[in-house]
Write a new protein. Structure first.
Length: 285
């Protein structure tokens, strides 16, 4: 019998599965099916939640769901490749506390004079190399579009690709550290009974008040203040090198408000920044 009754596997630890894609794939394989990923994204552009707060809320549900995969590793019929897929999915979020630990240790190292003997040039090279490795797939995609005029034309041409790339990198730089901080705090609290459910996702455009943004993002803001004071006390250079990360933490609240603002969104659409081919061909020009 090659059929799969997912209900049998949705509650291996007595809780509800909160991140289902990998579960479905691994259980289909265990039932004798083959699962393949088609390397074709033509016509696919799933929209994200409309606000930074909604995005983080969904992200934390995924984090909780991926941690449940630990129980799935013990299920019968799992192939070693399926288990490795689940481990990779868990590592996707486990890396967040490690990133925060590196940031904290860097601040402690700077305060204790540990970086005094480190050559500035090599330190800058290490930071740039780390950034390039992190964004390598994204940068490769931009390079491909710039090298192929026909491909770039679908996105409005090379100039529009460059504008969109710059905007997307700036947006990600301001978003990622605050998101990783939220993931870290969530994962640290998860073993102590923190519950996360599958709440309805907001997909409608809406603004975010300063009060709501502050209520959700005060932890990364507070962390940013403390770390900024620590790096500033160490040296101006330490503060400068940490500035991109600190900017995300310190600006998490206004970032959440601005990116949900209807006027800001309308301006982005008017300027066709990061416009999808479907939007451009629908008559935006």
């Amino acid at each position: 019998d090659r059929s799969v009754t997912l209900e049998m596997w949705l509650y291996p630890d007595g809780s509800r599965i909160l991140s289902h894609d990998q579960v479905e794939a691994t259980r289909l394989i265990a039932a004798g099916w083959k699962v393949r990923v088609l390397a074709d994204d033509h016509g696919s552009s799933e929209s994200n939640p409309p606000t930074f707060g909604d995005f983080v809320t969904r992200d934390l549900r995924w984090a909780g769901g991926n941690m449940q995969y630990l129980a799935l590793l013990r299920l019968p019929g799992q192939t070693w490749m399926a288990r490795w897929q689940l481990v990779q999915a868990m590592l996707l979020f486990v890396g967040a506390p490690l990133w925060c630990a590196i940031l904290l240790l860097a601040a402690i190292n700077a305060l204790t004079g540990g970086g005094a003997s480190t050559p500035t040039g090599w330190l800058l090279l290490l930071l740039v190399a780390g950034w390039a490795c992190h964004y390598a797939p994204k940068l490769a995609g931009y390079a491909e579009m710039l090298l192929k005029p026909d491909l770039a034309a679908a996105y409005g041409g090379r100039d529009d690709v460059l504008r969109g790339a710059a905007a997307e990198i700036a947006f990600t730089t301001l978003m990622e550290p605050a998101r990783l901080m939220a993931q870290s705090l969530f994962l640290l609290a998860l073993p102590f009974g923190l519950k996360v459910g599958w709440v309805p996702q907001n997909r409608a455009d809406r603004g975010v008040s300063w009060f709501d943004a502050a209520r959700q993002f005060w932890p990364p803001t507070l962390a940013g203040i403390v770390l900024a004071i620590a790096f500033a006390a160490a040296s101006p250079l330490a503060l400068l090198l940490a500035a991109p990360v600190l900017a995300s933490l310190l600006l998490a609240i206004p970032f959440a408000v601005l990116t949900a603002d209807a006027g800001f969104s309308a301006w982005l659409r008017q300027e066709e920044i990061c416009a999808m081919p479907e939007e451009i061909h629908a008559g935006m020009r």
